[in-house]
Design a protein around this ligand. Structure first.
Ligand code: ZN
Length: 391
C-alpha cells in the first residue's frame, strides 16, 4: 500500500509537467494551451489564469467531455501547487486526452512569476442572500444578476408609474437608476405614488424616491435629475449612458422628447400610460419595432386635446402598469423572453381584461421612418398647466 507521498511521486512520474515559465512562453508564441482549473470554488473566485475553464477536481471526469470534446486539444491542468492537478492530468490521459500537462507549482507559482490573472466578479455573501430567488432561476442566475447590477435605467417621472417601476427595479438590483422629475410630493400623489410617503410632503420627488429606493437596496445608486425634461437638457441627461428608459411621463411634450431622443440614441423605451381605469403599456425598441411617433406622429392640436380638467385614476392601476414596465425592463436587461416591442397591451381595470394590439413601424414615420422629417428636438407648447393624463 502506497502513502500519499509515494502515490503522488508515482503519478508525477507518469504524467507530463510544464513550468509556469514554459506555459507563459506558449501563450506568448500564440500556441496557448487550454488551461483547466480544478481547484475549489473559493480558490477560483480569488483569481485564475485568463481564459481557463473551470471544473472542480471532483467533477472533472463527469464534466470534461462536455467542456472539451476534442481530445487532441493541448490541455494544461492546474491547481494551487501542482498536486491535485497531477492526479487530474493522469485521469484525463486515461480518458483519452492526448496532450495533457500539469502545471508544476500550480497557480501559486504562476502568480509568483507575475503572470496575468483574472479575478472573476462574484456576488458577495449578502448579495447571494438578497438575490437568492433570482439565482435559483436559470434564466437569471449569477450572470444575469451581474447584468442587473451593471445596468443603468432612466426613469422619466417619479409618479404613479415611476413608483412601482423604480421600487421593483431597485429591489431586483438594477444598479443605477436615474430619475427625472421636477415636482415635489403633494398630498394628492399619495393615493398611488407609493415610493413617497406622508412625511415627504413638499420634498422634491426625486430626493424622496432616492431615499426610499436606496433604503430598500444599498446596491442601488439613484441619480436624481430635479428638472423637467426639455430640449435644452435632454442631451445632457442622456449623455450619462442609459440601457433602458422607463417612460412614465404625464404629458405629451415629454413623451415626444423621450421618443425622439431614444430613437436617435438607440435606447429602448418602456412606455406606460394610465387614465381612470385604463392602462397601456408597450416597448419602443429602435430598429426592432415602432416608435411612439409611428403611432402618433404629432401631438393633437390644443383644441382637440383631452380636457384639461384633472384626470382621475384608480390608485392601483399605475401599480399594475408600472409593474409590467418593470417586467419589460428586466427582460430587456437580461435579454430574455419576448418583450412588448410591436405590441400594445391594453388593460381595463373595471372589466379586468387584457387586450393586445399589434403595432408596426411606419416607414413614413417622421422620426424613425426611411426619410425622417424631424431631426431636431421639438418643444411642444403646453396644452394646459395640469396633466392631460394622470401620472
Ligand atoms: Zn417611428
Amino acid at each position: 500500500m502506497a502513502s500519499y507521498r509515494e502515490l503522488l511521486a508515482r503519478v508525477k512520474g507518469e504524467i507530463e509537467e510544464i513550468s509556469s515559465i514554459d506555459a507563459q512562453a506558449l501563450i506568448e508564441a500564440r500556441e496557448a494551451p487550454l488551461f483547466v482549473d480544478v481547484r475549489e470554488p473559493d480558490e477560483w473566485e480569488e483569481g485564475h489564469i485568463p481564459g481557463a475553464i473551470y471544473v472542480t477536481r471532483g467533477r472533472l471526469e463527469s464534466r470534461i467531455e462536455g467542456l472539451v470534446p476534442d481530445k487532441s486539444r493541448p490541455l494544461v491542468v492546474y491547481c494551487a501547487s501542482g498536486s491535485r492537478s497531477a492526479f487530474a492530468a493522469k485521469a484525463l490521459a486515461e480518458m483519452g486526452y492526448e496532450d495533457v500537462s500539469s502545471l508544476a507549482g500550480g497557480f501559486v507559482d504562476w502568480k509568483r512569476n507575475g503572470f496575468d490573472i483574472t479575478i472573476p466578479r462574484v456576488l458577495s455573501p449578502e448579495q447571494r442572500s438578497r438575490y437568492s430567488r433570482h439565482l435559483l432561476i436559470p434564466e437569471v442566475g449569477e450572470e444575469g444578476q451581474q447584468r442587473l447590477l451593471d445596468a443603468r435605467v432612466l426613469l422619466v417621472g417619479a409618479g404613479g408609474l415611476g413608483s412601482p417601476a423604480s421600487l421593483y427595479l431597485a429591489a431586483a438590483g438594477v444598479g443605477t437608476l436615474g430619475i427625472v422629475d421636477a415636482d415635489v410630493v403633494d398630498e394628492s400623489n399619495l393615493q398611488r405614488q407609493i415610493v413617497h410617503s406622508t412625511d415627504r410632503l413638499g420634498e422634491p420627488k426625486v430626493l424622496s424616491a432616492k431615499r426610499t429606493l436606496e433604503a430598500l437596496n444599498p446596491d442601488v445608486r439613484v441619480v436624481p435629475f430635479e428638472e423637467r425634461l426639455t430640449s435644452e437638457n435632454v442631451e445632457r441627461i442622456l449623455a450619462d449612458g442609459w440601457d433602458v428608459i422607463v417612460d412614465g411621463a404625464d404629458n405629451f411634450p415629454t413623451r415626444y422628447l423621450v421618443n425622439d431622443a431614444s430613437v436617435w440614441h438607440g435606447i429602448p423605451v418602456v412606455h406606460g400610460s394610465i387614465f381612470r381605469f385604463e392602462g397601456q403599456v408597450t416597448v419602443f425598441a429602435p430598429g426592432a419595432g415602432p416608435c411612439y411617433r409611428c403611432l402618433f406622429p404629432q401631438p393633437p392640436p390644443a383644441e382637440l386635446a383631452p380636457s384639461c380638467a384633472e384626470g382621475g385614476v384608480l390608485g392601483v392601476l399605475p401599480g399594475i402598469i408600472g409593474s409590467i414596465q418593470a417586467n419589460e425592463t428586466l427582460k430587456l436587461i437580461l435579454d430574455r423572453g419576448d418583450t412588448l416591442a410591436g405590441r400594445l397591451l391594453l388593460f381595463d381595470a373595471l372589466g379586468t381584461t387584457l387586450d393586445e394590439v399589434n403595432v408596426r413601424r411606419d416607414p413614413y414615420c417622421p422620426v424613425c421612418g426611411d426619410s425622417p422629417t424631424i431631426t431636431e428636438y421639438v418643444d411642444y407648447v403646453e396644452f394646459c398647466n395640469v396633466p392631460l393624463a394622470v401620472e
